[in-house]
Design a protein around this ligand. Structure first.
Ligand SMILES: Nc1ncnc2c1ncn2[C@@H]1O[C@H](COP(=O)(O)OP(=O)(O)OP(=O)(O)O)[C@@H](O)[C@H]1O
Ligand SMILES: [Mg+2]
Length: 342
């Protein structure tokens, strides 16, 4: 590394050399002492000028750059061509600024997400509350026709249930986001779990005339998991498939093994998801426009919760779909280490 001291020594030596040359050339005309003083002064002025450029000017540039940063301009770059101490300091400050810029961007994204979340929660809470209020007011102002009042109260009841579910889901999602939801991990057979959850859906699919197939291997596919939470994921995926697959369609619940991992997938022949919507499908409160207008009901938190649960198991959640051509949702988990009983 070219040290600043080496440069300073080089400058001082050059200035001394200039002084000696000057001294020799002035010696005869001015006399020995005067020539020596004059040459010394010229050498010092030269050395001071060069050192000023080398150190003070660069430090001043550094301070000016930091002033810009302090003024809020995080795009400032202080880059230095030198690799002496000041150059090193400049590079370190530049790296610090880069980290600062990245952290700032991350904070901005979080803030944006938080704002969107608050707006979504307020919207989702306001809609059912407004309709409950409206129905109760007309029921109270009604002429006592019990059948009419009853219909209004039924709507209120339905909306209250929706609100209660929304609050429960939000509570769960916020606990998942902050790692506060308790998980009880143990060895769980993914195949047995999928079989149980699938059984609970058979009647619902039969009622909707959907052809439901469970495609499970002989293998147990043991994973280390919280069975209840994982069951909730499969329930959510089958529930979505049931809602978004029209009558006459088919749904397949399949478990299989890949390299070191267990895979569970729900494959449907329903309405599918467009390429534009696909990247946002696991976002909280995401609804496709179609499902909103058709009023298919949900709160839009189910898939966000599924993804958070799977990620708490160190697993991956995936989706493949094309608009109008069905969807496949799957999660992958590491297989539990096999215990050798011999
Ligand atoms: N199998 C699927 N086929 C087509 N679209 C789907 C499917 N699963 C989910 N979606 C789309 O993704 C959106 C978000 O799904 P998610 O499960 O998060 O919420 P939801 O079902 O609307 O409500 P919730 O599950 O909270 O009751 C759905 O509203 C729907 O538009
Ligand atoms: Mg859902």
């Amino acid at each position: 590394m070219r040290s600043l001291w080496v440069v300073i020594l080089a400058v001082l030596s050059a200035a001394a050399a200039v002084a000696v040359v000057l001294h020799l050339s002035l010696d005869e005309s001015l006399g020995h002492e005067r020539a020596a003083i004059l040459s010394g002064v010229v050498g010092c002025v030269l050395a001071a000028g060069t050192l000023h450029r080398l150190i003070v000017v660069r430090i001043r540039r550094l301070v000016r750059g930091l002033d810009e940063v302090a003024g809020g301009d995080l795009s400032t770059r202080l880059s230095s061509r030198w690799d002496d101490e000041i150059g090193l300091l400049t590079t370190n400050i530049d790296e610090l600024l880069l980290t600062l810029r990245e952290n700032f961007e991350e904070l901005r994204t979080h803030d944006e997400l938080r704002r969107r979340m608050v707006a979504n929660v307020s919207h989702e809470l306001r809609t059912p509350l407004t309709s409950i209020q409206g129905y109760l007011e007309t029921a109270l102002a009604g002429d006592g026709d019990w059948e009419e009042e009853r219909k209004k109260l039924e709507v209120c009841h339905r909306e209250t249930k929706r609100l209660a579910r929304l609050v429960k889901d939000l509570f769960q999602l916020s606990k998942l986001d902050t790692d506060q939801l308790e998980f009880h991990f143990e060895t769980v057979s993914l195949v047995e779990l999928a079989d149980q959850v699938g059984l609970a859906f058979e009647q619902r699919f039969a009622d909707k005339r959907i052809d439901f197939v469970t495609d499970l291997p002989d293998d147990r596919l043991d994973v280390i998991a919280d069975g209840n939470r994982l069951g909730q994921v499969i329930t959510n995926l089958l529930g979505n498939a049931a809602v978004f697959t029209p009558e006459g369609g088919s749904i397949r619940l399949r478990c299989r093994r890949t390299e070191g991992q267990a895979v569970c997938e729900v494959i449907d022949t329903g309405i599918g998801i467009s390429a534009r919507d696909l990247p946002h499908i696991f976002d909280s409160f995401f609804h496709l426009e179609k499902s909103r207008t058709r009023n298919l009901g949900g709160t839009g938190l189910g898939l966000a919760i599924c993804k958070a649960i799977v990620e708490t198991h160190q697993g991956q959640m995936e989706v493949e779909s094309q608009e109008g051509d069905g969807a496949t949702f799957r999660f992958l988990l590491d297989l539990a280490p096999e215990i050798d009983l011999d």
